[in-house]
Design a protein around this ligand. Structure first.
Ligand SMILES: Nc1ncnc2c1ncn2[C@@H]1O[C@H](COP(=O)(O)OP(=O)(O)O)[C@@H](O)[C@H]1O
Ligand SMILES: [Mg+2]
Length: 157
């Protein structure tokens, strides 16, 4: 699969208050390869990722052409692609199960409860989360106390 973007320009706002975030950028990720996009903070890396995957692009005006194997990318791309955000969106005090149920409630709010549960089970299976299903996620750097055979232990997550 080849992902290509040509002459992509992204602007926000208009007139005097308008701002160009990406100015006529082009690039290509070839099949079987990994690409790193590097740049200082504010360079526009996240905006490019969002434009390519059509995520969080409300309020942005986009120009240019984005193709997968030569076929122009439409809204469907956000259903078949994903990327891991810079910051974790976990609540450390929750268990894996609680996190998945909360996400299902927020993201699949229109689905029936049993369909949400079916999807959660599917994700647990696909991601191999069965073992840690009832484990508290924890927050990096914050000690977490568990009771083991009547002794308390601190665990740094
Ligand atoms: N929705 C938006 N509205 C206004 N400015 C934005 C928006 N999204 C990004 N920007 C601005 O565009 C620039 C690039 O942001 P971003 O893509 O997040 O950079 P990076 O990920 O490389 O740090 C920044 O100056 C940021 O403030
Ligand atoms: Mg960023």
């Amino acid at each position: 699969m080849e992902l290509r973007w040509e002459n992509v320009t992204v602007t926000v706002g208009s007139g005097e208050k308008g701002k160009t975030i990406l100015n006529n950028v082009s690039g290509c990720v070839r099949q079987g390869s990994v690409m790193a996009i590097m740049g200082s903070s504010g360079a526009g890396k996240s905006t490019l990722m969002n434009i390519l995957t059509r995520r969080n692009i409300q309020g942005l005006k986009t120009d240019g052409r984005i193709t997968v194997n030569g076929v122009e990318v439409k809204e469907h791309i956000s259903k078949i692609s994903a990327y891991v955000q810079q910051n974790d969106v976990f609540v450390g005090a929750m268990t894996v199960a609680e996190h998945l149920f909360l996400q299902a409630k927020l993201r699949l709010s229109k689905w029936k409860k049993e369909d949400q549960e079916r999807r959660i089970n599917e994700v647990v299976k696909q991601m191999g989360l069965k073992k840690c299903y009832d484990t508290v996620i924890g927050t990096p750097g914050i000690p977490f106390i568990i009771k083991l055979d009547s002794t308390y232990r601190y665990i740094l997550l």
